[in-house]
Ligand binder design. Sequence first.
Ligand SMILES: *[C@@H]1O[C@H](CO)[C@@H](O)[C@H](O)[C@H]1NC(C)=O
Ligand SMILES: *[C@@H]1O[C@H](CO)[C@@H](O)[C@H](O)[C@H]1NC(C)=O
Ligand SMILES: *[C@@H]1O[C@H](CO)[C@@H](O)[C@H](O)[C@H]1NC(C)=O
Ligand SMILES: *[C@@H]1O[C@H](CO)[C@@H](O)[C@H](O)[C@H]1NC(C)=O
Ligand SMILES: *[C@@H]1O[C@H](CO)[C@@H](O)[C@H](O)[C@H]1NC(C)=O
Length: 404
Amino acid sequence: MKTVSFLAGLVLAAGTHGLNVLITNDDGFGTANIRAMYHAMSALGHNCYIVASSSNQSGQGSRLIFTNNAKLTSDSEFGIVKSGAPSIGQDPNDDHIWYYNGSPATQVLVALDYVLPKHANFSVPDLVMAGPNYGLNVGPFLYGMSGTLGATQTAIERGIPAIAFAGSYGTQTAYYDIQSSTSAGLQDPATITGRLAATLAQAFIDKSTSTQPNTTTPGRVLPLGYGVSVNIPLISSFKDSSCVNPPFVRARMTGGGAYTSKAVYNSASGLFGSANYADAGTNMCINGDCSLPGEIEVLNSGCKSSVVLFTIDYDAPYGVSSLADPYAALLPDIVQLNNATNLVGGLGANASVQGTTGTSSSTGTATGSKASASTKSGAGRVTLETASSLAAFALGVAVMATLF
Ligand SMILES: *[C@@H]1O[C@H](CO)[C@@H](O)[C@H](O)[C@H]1NC(C)=O
Ligand SMILES: *[C@@H]1O[C@H](CO)[C@@H](O)[C@H](O)[C@H]1NC(C)=O
Ligand SMILES: *[C@@H]1O[C@H](CO)[C@@H](O)[C@H](O)[C@H]1NC(C)=O
Ligand SMILES: *[C@@H]1O[C@H](CO)[C@@H](O)[C@H](O)[C@H]1NC(C)=O
Ligand SMILES: *[C@@H]1O[C@H](CO)[C@@H](O)[C@H](O)[C@H]1NC(C)=O
């Protein structure tokens, strides 16, 4: 069931070696986004395994929840695996896809300490990719609350480079509902989101191996302790091509109107709920490049994805703001500055995002000639906010409070 594409050949021809990649999320092993990212990474020639929760585990942060039941007490999400099946097992159709009935951080541990050493031909992955989450993970509050980021931090704590991805769509859909062509004749948003994630991961891989061009084993994708958090805007391909190839833009986690939460008391029910709350505590800049835009600012400035580099050496940056930017050397060219005049789409210039209906459209190519799609990738829209991008952003923010 592995997707093999001519892209794999291109990668190998270029001298890059396929990496061993662990893929996880917090939305569950059957969702469209994680499957699309898995197929896009596999198509680039990487040896990929999914280990992810059997059910929706949104909002668990870094919690460790191991099940007390050796068997599933209800069907897995989308009924892929039935109640009574073991609490850990493989997808019925692909032995590189595993589920476990636990929180996102435990997926990483179960993968590293059980699934990969026992069932894969490697034990320690070169890279962990988490997501793409349903709902944005913007700002320090969601950095702590998101299960996608919890799994990412857990991998980094185990010494493995890791990248978290999130997208603006808040509704988890099943992998088998991915359309090969939407009614607009384009690829499914999940397919495009997966390709964007794989393209950025490949750019980080290429960046790291370019420093050791003649080694047969690639170096670390990121230095020890480093991770990346990526937020992808609403991909519009169900409807039109207004946002199908967003450029990647470097951002900060704090600032730009980043949210935390507040408690909202309902006197009729006597219960509390939560609402978004923007405050100084999430909108400061203590260290680093304070001229970078906040993640929310980037997502709100048109069709763009934000890319944030972070470390889990949390108390380290004391007084380092006078040092030269330590992150810049790690960033591939595809991660651009928000104020650049000619932003290139995240899938590459002129990438095809056509669906399979119609004629000889190709999928997965970053050099296809068809797409007019990249023309609205956000190029030049530094301050201009279009109505549709604002609507997309509003949807992203609306789901943010409930879906992490
Ligand atoms: C592991 O398996 C993958 C295919 O599943 C293969 O491409 C790779 O070369 C194998 N690696 C080793 C070290 O055997
Ligand atoms: C890498 O190998 C090529 C071809 O053998 C050689 O020309 C080049 O100088 C090498 N580069 C480094 C950095 O060793
Ligand atoms: C563009 O953005 C970078 C990073 O935020 C900043 O350092 C630079 O001054 C900006 N350039 C202009 C012309 O605003
Ligand atoms: C993308 O298309 C434009 C217009 O057709 C062309 O000028 C440009 O060279 C193309 N870029 C790439 C990287 O193919
Ligand atoms: C997944 O869990 C989150 C957080 O509890 C919830 O908001 C969301 O509705 C759930 N999704 C589904 C499809 O049940």
